[in-house]
Design a protein around this ligand. Structure first.
Ligand SMILES: [Zn+2]
Ligand SMILES: [Zn+2]
Length: 397
């Protein structure tokens, strides 16, 4: 079997878009029609591939194949063979699962570009009508929730069908310029500056994937920290404004929180967990960059703030904000290291526990036992030899 018409993938195209074009170029009735035939053929080649190729475009991408992404990859290799293109050309169009995380959020990657999985649009893929008139394919950027305007045509992507008010989704309509209801998709309004700024940043940094990883990390952090969904109409504007005033705006936000804590104080600060005052500040900061390579932008700003806070609240008889209690998990964020390393610092008396664990019990990573002051002082004492990766305070032997 071989496809009669061979379709060349665009390098920025999505796998769904490519397969849809392949089915159209070869005169199939729709993607499902081609998928049925492919499914049968794949099983004759390799019985393990039974079910490895879905007949819905929505489920075709590799990261969506939960238990069987290796079979999906194998199936796509065979499809590439039929289509007369290199397997790598097709696989480069897919989002793959990654072991890397943005904090607690899993990442997916496409050609080395790493983004938090939640940044991918689920329902509805908006389109730029101008782009589609020039080149009929869907670029992967349109699948990113934070990409709301076309950076080439300065217009918003069309998200909603003017006829039936449903979200536009080429994977459902199986047509690029048509809604599922059959209506032709109309151009959207001119984009605002903030939407364009974000779109440009996502599009132009693609060559430097680390710059995009940093940007998408900040997007994930901002969305979580400010409790704003990417889909919020004002997301771009709020994001751009927040970071144009960085880090002074963030710092004054934290200062306000600290002042408020003094007013609302219930217990002495040397008995108050850090999280009671600052919430999930330290935990959330991990979202701002993938993996654990050194401090990210948000963490650097947090450490600068906490260093100042401790300096302004020197050790006194009466406990103050410098005496808040940190867990091993949070201390690890400040020290830029692992919880195992923090535990070793404790064992070797670099850090004292406010309350030593009771006999025959272990210190849990979430126990709030370390003084903020001590952790910050320790962080500062190692600041001079701060390499751009995880800190090793105690040699691992
Ligand atoms: Zn466009
Ligand atoms: Zn419609």
């Amino acid at each position: 079997m071989q496809f009669l018409s061979q379709t060349t993938p665009y390098s920025d195209e999505t796998i769904e878009s490519y397969l849809l074009r392949l089915s159209q170029d070869n005169g199939y009735f729709g993607f499902a029609d081609m998928a049925d035939i492919l499914w049968d053929w794949l099983v004759t080649q390799d019985y393990e591939l039974e079910g490895a190729f879905p007949n819905e475009l929505q489920s075709v991408d590799v990261y969506k194949a939960s238990q069987s992404s290796n079979f999906r990859v194998r199936a796509l290799r065979l499809v590439a063979q039929l289509a007369g293109v290199e397997a790598s050309e097709l696989l480069n169009l897919c989002w793959l699962r990654s072991n890397t995380q943005f904090g607690a959020i899993t990442a997916v990657s496409r050609g080395g570009l790493l983004v938090p999985r939640q940044l991918l649009r689920k329902s509805g893929i908006p389109v730029c009508t101008e782009c589609l008139k020039q080149d009929a394919h869907i670029p992967y950027l349109w699948h990113l929730k934070a990409y709301k305007a076309c950076h080439k045509h300065n217009q918003l992507l069309t998200r909603i069908c003017g006829q039936c008010n449903a979200e536009i989704d080429y994977r459902a309509s199986e047509a690029f310029l048509e809604c599922e209801c059959g209506a032709v998709i109309k151009p959207a309004a001119k984009a605002n500056q903030a939407d364009l700024k974000l779109a440009n940043a996502l599009a132009t940094n693609v060559l430097a994937s680390s710059a995009v990883a940093k940007l998408v990390g900040l997007l994930a952090w901002f969305s979580q920290w400010q409790s704003i969904s990417y889909d919020d109409g004002e997301f771009s504007e709020l994001f751009v404004r927040y970071f144009s005033n960085w880090p002074s705006g963030f710092e004054s936000e934290l200062n306000k929180t600290a002042e408020l804590a003094k007013v609302k104080q219930l217990r002495p600060f040397n008995h108050t967990p850090f999280n009671d005052v600052f919430g999930s500040l330290l935990k959330d900061s991990k979202l701002a960059c993938a993996g654990s390579q050194g401090y990210n932008t948000v963490q650097l700003a947090i450490i600068a703030f906490l260093t100042k806070l401790v300096a302004q609240n020197p050790k006194k008889k009466h406990p103050n904000l410098g005496d808040l209690l940190l867990s091993m998990l949070d201390a690890a964020v400040i020290l830029g290291t692992s919880t195992e390393q923090v535990f070793r610092l404790y064992e070797e008396s670099f850090l004292a526990a406010a309350q030593p664990p009771k006999k025959n019990t272990f210190l849990k990573p979430s126990d709030n036992v370390f003084y903020l002051r001590q952790v910050i002082e320790l962080q500062q004492s190692f600041a001079l030899n701060m390499p751009n990766n995880q800190q090793q305070f105690v040699p691992p032997w």
